[in-house]
Design a binder for this molecule. Structure first.
Ligand code: CA
Length: 292
């Protein structure tokens, strides 16, 4: 089967495992399950899924360790499931390797919405595999901080999204050589030393490339595009789901808290101080905007 429609569920609670299995099967996935972290990592290795749901609390290794091991060889979408809302707080500022988080108990439609949104978004690894692998790998080696080389082209890169502008990577000069981007280049957003390339899905601060997750990149892009306009957390949730307008879809507290977790991770990678932000300003009680 096409790897873009394979999912692996790593979950020790049988009831929840069956629920997730039903939801993903209804969404058209070939589903494989595992009840322990170690078995889950092996299932990901053998089935090469596009999506993995990963429980944080597992009997052997925890979800953090499972994600770390998966990230050594796969750039699949990882949705981490947490048992309680307060577990989200422990995720603040942590590099988990996950693309999204969901708090139990969740509604089946919430999980469907998350998976659907992830699949609509371009895969960073797939883009990097199209002629831009060199600068990504180079930065990863130079920084040496990232636990997992998410930009590494994996064998699953074959499932590249058809919408990817392949010509960009092949035709233009190597981005690594172009620390000074031509300001007129299309799709380029520049602010206070931060350079975001929407087409290539790359972000640089003062010429150093950042290793952002898909979610972090999309949030940063939203803030950069928004400029001085305040983006509410609900608006950012919808943006990540791929909903352009207020379509009245359900947004929970944990959805909004998840945005806070992603923003905290993003700020840490940017080296941005929330109290004196260079890029992302918190608008208390509402959301975020570009610091200008
Ligand atoms: Ca569990």
């Amino acid at each position: 089967m096409d790897g873009s429609r394979v999912a692996v569920i790593i979950e020790d609670d049988q009831d929840i495992r069956e629920l997730i299995k039903v939801v993903l099967a209804q969404s058209g996935f070939e589903v494989h399950t595992a009840g322990t972290g170690a078995a889950g990592v092996e299932a990901v290795r053998s089935h090469r899924p596009a999506v993995v749901t990963l429980d944080l609390g597992l009997p052997d290794i925890d979800g953090f360790e499972a994600a770390r091991r998966i990230r050594l060889f796969s750039d699949c979408y990882i949705i981490m499931l947490t048992a309680r809302g307060d577990e989200l707080d422990t995720l603040l500022g942590l590099e988990t390797g996950a693309d999204d988080y969901l708090t139990k108990p969740f509604r089946p439609r919430e999980l469907r919405a998350r998976v659907g949104a992830l699949l609509r978004r371009p895969r960073q690894g797939a883009v990097a595999g199209q002629g831009t692998a060199a600068p990504v790998a180079g930065v990863g080696a130079a920084v040496g901080a990232g636990p997992a080389p998410s930009g590494t082209p994996s064998p699953s890169g074959a499932s590249a999204p058809s919408g990817t502008p392949a010509g960009l990577g092949a035709g233009t000069p190597a981005p690594s050589a172009a620390v000074e981007h031509p300001p007129a280049q299309e799709g380029l957003l520049v602010h206070s030393g931060l350079c975001l390339n929407g087409a290539m899905r790359t972000a640089e601060v003062d010429g150093t490339e950042l290793e952002l997750t898909r979610t972090e990149f999309d949030l940063l892009l939203a803030v950069m595009e928004g400029g001085k306009r305040v983006l509410s957390k609900a608006e950012l949730v919808r943006r990540l789901r791929g909903e352009g307008y207020d379509v009245g879809s359900y947004i929970s507290d944990s959805d909004e808290r998840t945005i806070e977790v992603h923003m905290a991770n993003l700020r840490r990678k940017l080296g941005d101080d929330p109290r004196s932000p260079r890029w992302i300003k918190t608008v208390r009680g509402i959301g975020y905007r570009l610091a200008v």
